[in-house]
Design a protein around this ligand. Structure first.
Ligand code: RP5
Length: 163
């Protein structure tokens, strides 16, 4: 875990980690310092509020919050911090993650959560990188190189299909 994390990756339960790990992986690929933790809206409400209220003061710039089922963590954290919050709907065994998605995406006006797709933790990590890159030219260059790699990969597959 980094000494001065810029991104907080939190989740409602350690059972969310197999999904949320992809966010951490994306941040690591870009050498963005991050921290990881379990913060539950329902089981540790005070810890959740403390985490959200202290996040900006501790130097965090973005929070990625994942939860499943009645997934109130991202929205509640967004209500108690000024930082951008990216929500990851974690799919559980019932309802295919639709419950998680709708719990996170349907926020009231004034309290935004940038919601990624069900299970889309990698994109949450990449979105956090883009937020940081807006004020970090070196990170912006890394993102541009990453996108160029993606393009090359797709064009390579296209070429292989035609062979
Ligand atoms: C949510 O309840 C968590 O985010 C997790 O997705 C779900 C189930 O948690 P566990 O019962 O596996 O701890 O709050």
């Amino acid at each position: 875990m980094a000494d001065n994390p810029l991104v907080g990756v939190i989740m409602g339960s350690d059972s969310d980690w197999p999904v949320m790990e992809a966010a951490a992986q994306a941040l690591a690929e870009f050498d963005v310092p991050f921290e990881v933790g379990v913060v539950s809206a329902h089981r540790t409400p005070q810890r959740m509020l403390d985490y959200a209220r202290e996040a900006a003061g501790r130097g965090l710039r973005v929070i990625i919050a994942g939860a499943g089922g009645a997934a109130h963590l991202p929205g509640m954290v967004a209500s108690a911090t000024v930082l951008p919050v990216i929500g990851v709907p974690v799919p559980l065994k019932h309802l295919d993650g639709m419950d998680s998605l709708l719990s996170i995406v349907q926020m009231p006006a004034g309290v935004p959560v940038a919601t990624v797709s069900v299970g889309g933790a990698r994109n949450a990590g990449l979105l956090a990188v883009r937020v940081l890159a807006a004020t970090d030219p070196a990170l912006q260059q890394k993102m541009a190189a990453f996108q160029a790699d993606l393009e090359r990969m797709v064009l390579g597959k296209d070429a292989a299909l035609r062979e």
